[in-house]
Each structure stands twice: as C-alpha cells, then as structure tokens.
Write a protein that binds this ligand. Structure first.
Ligand SMILES: Cc1cc2nc3c(=O)[nH]c(=O)nc-3n(C[C@H](O)[C@H](O)[C@H](O)COP(=O)(O)OP(=O)(O)OC[C@H]3O[C@@H](n4cnc5c(N)ncnc54)[C@H](O)[C@@H]3O)c2cc1C
Length: 386
C-alpha cells in the first residue's frame, strides 16, 4: 500500500496528516493509502501560547486528531532521511515512504560559549515554558531579564511583567527591530505602561547565580534570564537540500515540493509568499502549509489534482500582557487594532489555533479550508485575514 510519511507533530505535521487524509477521501472509497506521522511527542504543542501563565494548557493530544482520520503515530525521532532508498530512520527503525513531508519545525537559536548558558530559561518548548513558570511560582515580585525584544521576547517580557520586574535587553537600537516601525509606538507605550525597563544596543554576556552581566559592563540581580533570540529550522533540512535559506529552511515550489518525492511544510519550508517574500516561521503559515503539503503528498500518489499554496494576507498579533495586544496587517505591519481591541483578536486567534478533535468530518473540513479567516477587522472592517 502506498505510504505517506510525515516527520513532525507540530502544526505543520498534524495538518499535513489531515491534508493527506482529505486527499485520500477525495480519491474515493477503497483507496489504499497509509498515512504515518513520526514525532516523539504525545501532544501537539500550541507554541504561540507558551508565554501564558499556565503553559501546560497549551497542548492537544495527537491521538484525538490522528485517530479519527486514520493516521498512525510512530512516537520516535528521525535521525536520517535517505532520499535515495526512500527511507527514514527513527530511533534506529527504518520506515519506508512513497512520499515524505518534512515538518520537523524549528528551535530557538541558543548562544554558543555564553558563560552560565545552562542557567538560561526559554519559552520555546513546553518543557522550557514549564521550567520557567515552576521556577518563578510563589516568588514575590521577582526580577527577570528577557534577552531579545523581538516577537517572542516581547510576549515573554509583557507576560512576566504581570507579577515581577522585567528588564528587556536587545542588541538592536530599537524594540521590535524585525517588526518594523508600524507597531513600534504601540509596543513602546505598552512597555512604558507595564514599567518594563529597556537596555538597547546591549546583550547578556554572562549568567551567574541570581545575577546577569550585560555587555555594557553592568551587573544586574535577577531570578531568571529568558533567552528569546531567533528561530532556526530543524537540522533535518540539510538532508534534503544543500541550498538552505538563512533560517535553515528548504526551498519549495508553490506545491510545496522540495524533491520529486519530498514535500516540506511549516518552519522547515521556505515557500514563496509573493514576489518579494517567503513565508514566515509562524503558526499562521505552518497551518496552511501543512494542509497543502500533506494533501499534495497524498494526491501525487492517488491521481488527484495537486493544490497550489496561495497564502492569504499576512497579519501579526502580538500579545502585550496587561497592555492588551497589537494586531497588524500587511508586510508594513499597519496597526489595525491595539489595547483591548487587539487583545480580543489575540484571544480569538489563540482559541482558533486549537484544532478540532475527535470528529473526522470536522477535522477534514478544517483541512479543506486552508486559511483561518479572522472575522473582524476593528478599524477597516473589510478584508479577510490569513
Ligand atoms: C513563544 C512563541 C510564540 C509564538 N507566537 C506566534 C504567533 O503569535 N503567531 C504565529 O503565527 N506564530 C507564532 N510562533 C511560531 C509558531 O509557534 C511556529 O511557527 C510553529 O509552531 C511552527 O510549526 P511547525 O509544525 O512547523 O513546527 P514546530 O511547532 O516546531 O513542531 C515541530 C514538530 O516536529 C517534531 N520534531 C522535531 N524534530 C524531529 C525529528 N527529528 N523527528 C521527528 N519529529 C521531530 C517536534 O517534536 C514537533 O512535534 C510562536 C512561537 C513561539 C515559541
């Protein structure tokens, strides 16, 4: 029986499995196609919610999604992809495939050679976020240093400011350097409102017991240093292509094909967005990429027409803790909603990234609706969102 194998149990992997199951259903009754997802985790981790005070709630059992749609789950980690033999090696076991979807995601870029790096915290993984919340639980008015004033660092800093003092440090001269000038006034006002101190043009050069040393030579007392600098695609991408982009991603075409028998999705895929951009390493893109890559991997084997990946408008929604959130649209990141209005959009998104469970028809219908349409645009009120 033909076999689609998916590496990864994040948004892209799970939605690839649902996309493949949808193509199998489209091909008609009696179509023989095995769909296997290989990932070490028992849960889909909703990474965009890991800044929340109870990160353990940001997860969904994979069996509740894969079971109803007839996809198998092999709980293992892939070390080798042999594209010549069409085999992956997972915890020493060989699994053959006819089409492969690489959806092994990304990980935080950790500092090399930073003295005391073992003391760093992060909110990149569920384990990391739990370690941080456990460490700070019960401490009165803790002090935290957050390194990196990008998307993740800003969400970490503004969440931590609810119960403690936060120092935000970034090498760049401005906060949200990569986010551009559009949302910056809203972000700066939120940081002021929450009393978050900034040291810009600076980084952490050493982490000690209860203290951190900054590159300007100052030493600060701190209960936790949270590292939030950069994401890089899984190293498995190197086994697919020698031409990775700066984020370590595999180039794919509009059908998300990297090689004749290999597709890629989510944070491992450098898919074209428009003439000037590739997709972002974001859940907003990982979900539709997964839906299309899984569908195409199966459709390719079943004689069903393949789908193009045609992304919806690019949006961002940055949580700013007690100061609400800022919702932007387009690559200039034009502010569409801020404060409490922005927080309502963020809540809607955080609720809707939770996939349907236990019901095959609902899961397959969601796989067929490639884009999540955000139903409200508080200021302009018209266009659909990605
Ligand atoms: C704190 C935080 C906040 C974020 N906020 C937002 C946001 O507001 N909006 C947004 O759009 N995006 C946000 N993101 C980014 C978003 O979470 C990622 O883009 C998204 O999770 C990518 O999905 P993925 O499935 O490609 O990869 P991942 O979520 O990284 O999942 C990868 C999966 O592959 C598995 N895997 C890894 N290696 C192997 C292997 N060798 N073998 C088998 N399985 C493997 C992993 O266990 C995991 O199951 C945020 C990320 C973080 C950390």
């Amino acid at each position: 029986m033909a076999h689609v194998v998916i590496i990864g149990g994040g948004f892209a992997g799970v939605w690839s499995a649902a996309g493949a199951a949808l193509a199998r259903e489209r091909a008609g009754a009696g179509t023989g196609l095995r769909v296997t997802l290989v990932a070490p985790n028992e849960h889909l981790v909703l990474r965009p919610r890991l800044y929340e005070p109870e990160p353990d709630l940001a997860k969904v059992e994979l069996r509740r999604i894969l079971g109803p749609i007839g996809a198998e789950h092999v709980r293992a980690s892939v070390s080798t992809i042999d594209t010549g033999r069409r085999v992956v090696v997972a915890d020493g076991r060989e699994i053959g495939y006819d089409r492969l979807v690489l959806a092994a995601g990304s990980a935080l870029v950790r500092p090399h050679g930073l003295p005391g790096a073992g003391r760093l915290f992060d909110i990149d993984t569920l384990d990391g976020a739990l370690r941080l919340t456990d460490h700070l639980r019960g401490r009165e008015d803790y002090a935290a240093v957050v390194v990196g004033a990008g998307f993740v660092g800003l969400e970490a800093a503004t969440a931590l400011a609810a119960r403690g003092r936060v120092l935000l440090v970034d090498r760049a001269p401005v906060v949200g350097d990569q986010l551009g000038p559009g949302p910056r006034p809203v972000i700066e006002a939120a940081l002021d409102e929450l009393g978050i101190e900034r040291r810009l043009g600076t980084t952490v050069t050493e982490v000690g017991e209860g203290r951190a040393v900054l590159s300007d030579g100052t030493e600060v007392e701190t209960d936790a240093v949270v590292w939030s600098v950069g994401l890089r695609a899984s190293g498995l991408t190197r086994q697919i292509s020698g031409e990775l982009d700066a984020l370590g991603r595999v180039p794919v075409n509009r059908r998300l094909r990297a090689l004749p028998e290999v597709f890629a999705a989510g944070d491992t895929a450098a898919a074209p967005f428009d003439a000037g951009h590739t997709v972002m390493q974001a859940c907003q893109h990982a979900v539709p990429l997964g839906k299309v890559a899984g569908y195409n991997a199966a459709a390719d084997l079943l004689g069903v027409p393949l789908r193009d990946f045609t992304p919806g408008p690019y949006v961002t929604c940055l949580d700013l803790g007690g100061a609400g959130a800022v919702f932007t649209r387009g690559w200039e990141r034009t502010v569409m909603a801020a404060g409490a209005e922005g927080a309502a959009v963020k809540k809607w998104i955080n609720d809707h990234i939770h996939p349907p469970v236990d019901d095959a028809a609902e899961i397959l219908s969601a796989a067929d609706h490639v884009y999540l349409e955000i139903p409200f645009f508080p200021r302009e009120g018209t266009a659909p969102a990605a």
